[in-house]
Design a protein around this ligand. Structure first.
Ligand SMILES: NC(=O)c1ccc[n+]([C@@H]2O[C@H](COP(=O)([O-])OP(=O)(O)OC[C@H]3O[C@@H](n4cnc5c(N)ncnc54)[C@H](OP(=O)(O)O)[C@@H]3O)[C@@H](O)[C@H]2O)c1
Length: 231
């Protein structure tokens, strides 16, 4: 396990993102805990007592906020080793492909797809200062096309299918980087609900592996439980 590396996790004030931040801090990483809500972000960072954790204000749906965050991180660190694009929203569980509204679709894509793309662009310069830069895009099995769709949350699922497209495009553009999409499984968070089958630790484990121990040569793939899965 690498020590002393530096990571930024977006949407890390709660849920899977918080668990990733806590785990990496425990492993000795310097962690920038990204959150759009400053109070929630500061409070979450203060809850992690092991390691060095710094709150970073970043709203992934706001290009100006993304730029400010990249400038702020550059003032505080000389490089970034891992970017985890974890922030995400699920707004259309009660909608079908025939009833989803343009507003919901637009907001969902802006956060879940364009957000990680713009965040990646903004942080590439400082990621390039790492000896082994990585980007982990937290996607979902809901975006997998292999078995078609089951009708659940169509906008969310399309946003994750498109996020997987972002992953392969960025991987092609940045051959020295390891850039992958991951499905964390169904995890007990505000988004996943209490009936989900996986704990926070189980949901974060595969993401932490991609951030730390996965081979640097593994790139442009969709991963679950440390294995490559079909798009
Ligand atoms: N839970 C599951 O079963 C499951 C399954 C597959 C994939 N995922 C994916 O895993 C990731 C984490 O989900 P989760 O279950 O931990 O959800 P969660 O508990 O609802 O947390 C989502 C996080 O994203 C943040 N966020 C939302 N919009 C944002 C924005 N515009 N800018 C910055 N942060 C923003 C939220 O901040 P606020 O607190 O301010 O809202 C929160 O910190 C998501 O990408 C999700 O799609 C989850």
């Amino acid at each position: 396990m690498k020590q002393g590396n530096i990571a930024l996790i977006t949407g890390a004030n709660k849920g899977i993102g918080f668990e990733i931040a806590r785990t990496l801090a425990r492993l000795g990483w310097r962690v920038f805990l990204g959150a759009r809500n400053a109070n929630a972000g500061r409070e979450a960072a203060s809850k992690i007592t092991e390691g060095e954790v710094t709150f970073l204000h970043i709203d992934v749906a706001d290009p100006a906020s993304i730029q400010r965050a990249a400038e702020e991180l550059s003032l505080q660190a000389d490089r970034l080793d891992v970017l985890v694009n974890n922030a995400g929203i699920l707004l259309d569980q009660d909608k079908s492909a025939l009833t989803i509204t343009p507003e919901i679709f637009d907001t969902t894509l802006r956060t879940n797809t364009l957000g990680p793309w713009l965040v990646s662009q903004a942080f590439v310069p400082i990621l390039k200062k790492s000896a082994a830069p990585r980007i982990v895009n937290v996607s979902s099995g809901g975006g997998q096309l292999e078995d078609g769709a089951d009708g659940w949350a169509p906008g969310y699922c399309v946003s994750k299918t498109a996020l997987n497209g972002v992953t392969v495009q960025l991987a092609a553009a940045l051959p020295k980087f390891a850039i992958n999409s991951i499905c964390p499984g169904w995890v007990r968070t505000d988004m996943g609900g209490e009936n989900a089958t996986r704990s926070l630790g189980e949901g974060a484990a595969g993401i932490v592996w991609l951030a730390t121990d996965a081979p640097q040569e593994l790139t442009g793939r969709f991963v679950k439980d440390r294995k490559v899965i079909p798009w």
